[in-house]
Write a new protein. Structure first.
Lengths: 241, 241
DNA sequence: CTTATCAACTTGTCATACCAGTTGGCCGCG
DNA sequence: CGCGGCCAACTGGTATGACAAGTTGATAAG
């Protein structure tokens, strides 16, 4: 940003397409263009902003890349309802690159995951109703049925952890939990070779549900901590091929 | 993704620019194009991939939007070193939109913040050296000096919390903490009207440093919890104008 | 009433042209 | 010999016109 104090600061030119992008994003943020609304066509925007078609197209594509609109050939583009899923989706690719580019990043993400899930489970324990506990037990059974199917087993594991986050009533916790576990999935060694520890996972999950059902936050946190500490070494860079 | 099981599933056409994007991203992910390397020019990529210039430009801009490369007029584009800052930067705009579009999202983010910072401070307590504690005390003094300057005060507050995350040795915790506090900054009511509670903040920060210096994780967590609970109502949608 | 066709809208892709920024090499001058 | 200016060749930025391809709504025919 150009400094208001320094009249000799270098002039920062802004590309035409960036200016169009700012205008359109402003219309979305202000509510002038709301979720589900169609965006004016390329030709209309060319006239409205007095620029060529490349500038409009590049701005529209930038909005689509940010998840703000959806472009479909032959139809007018539409404004998306912003969600945490869309927000986190922006990070998917580079998060995966970070994990594969430097082994230390895997440790960092595992640490963040542990902080998030132990904090989440404490909150979930205070919100867990009878129906919630039953739903979690059902998910444990789904995971038990997936023994022998490594990918199914891991998918059920993720669903279980995301469901715990769902007990908090905070969709952001759900979204972030799911995203992190999805990123970590590629580093889960037992996807390549069965570890034999699946039974332990199921026992720990069942115990965790018992603590949640009892509303025992302290025990739930201790169980989740032990669970994550035990499975931590199973997430390893060597699992990536 | 097209289902391998259903031969009658609709055919998902992919845009040329998306295919170019996939190719280039593959070269970056594989290391064939590493951080600092120049990307072949638009004209070379047109020939290499046998497509028109718009397809190449759109792919390059998508890469730049993801933070993977930097484009500069008159020079060849360069591959960026992927960092957590770049990753989190992808989310800035839509995170702010989410906060302004629905009041409940503010509560969700505050809750996520509390989980993250209480977990982080427990970890930081186990890593806090004498020099670390002194650096934190210095930051408290910087914040004390900013009393009367609301924006400087909040900036110092963020620096303090980010520094605590820094004690963990996990840059991801630092990056995420800083990003969340930056998003929340717009909702901090005392930026508009001085709350009179700044002295309380400084006392709590000083106490927190004492606990960190003593390596007392339990007391640090309790202090951070109390600190965040007390300041929670200060982050309100009404602060946004 | 249903189906098929067509026109008018939309976005996707391309080629060509020119503008504007950067860099390196070369030449002239002191 | 060193320095400064100029120019060419590279780079990306922007525009226009053309045509391809997808969608939708209206109309006509059976």
């Amino acid at each position: 940003m150009q400094s208001a104090n320094d009249p000799f600061a270098p002039i920062a030119r802004q590309r035409l397409s960036d200016q169009v992008y700012d205008r359109l994003r402003g219309m979305i943020v202000s509510g002038q263009l709301g979720p589900g609304d169609t965006v004016p066509s390329e030709r209309v925007l060319m006239e409205r902003f007095g620029v060529g078609r490349p500038a409009v197209r590049e701005a529209m594509q930038a909005l689509a890349n940010k998840g703000l609109i959806t472009i479909s050939q032959g139809e007018r583009s539409r404004v998306n309802a912003p969600t945490a899923d869309i927000a986190i989706g922006q990070v998917d690719e580079i998060a995966k690159m970070l994990l594969s580019s430097e082994p230390a990043n895997l440790g960092h993400l595992k640490q963040l995951r542990k902080i998030l899930e132990t904090g989440t489970v404490a909150l979930a324990a205070r919100h867990c109703g009878e129906g919630d506990a039953q739903a979690l037990r059902d998910l444990v059974e789904v995971q038990r049925a997936a023994v022998g199917d490594p990918e199914g087993f891991v998918a059920a594991d993720i669903a279980f952890h995301v469901a715990i986050a769902g007990l908090t009533g905070n969709p952001l916790l759900q979204t972030v939990t799911g995203a992190m576990l999805t990123w970590l999935r590629d580093y889960y060694a037992p996807l390549l070779r069965w570890s034999g520890r699946e039974a332990t996972t199921l026992v720990e999950h069942a115990r965790l549900v018992d603590h949640l059902a009892a509303g025992n936050a302290e025990a739930a946190v201790a169980m989740m901590t032990a669970h994550l500490d035990r499975s931590d070494p199973l997430y390893t860079a060597e699992a990536r091929s």
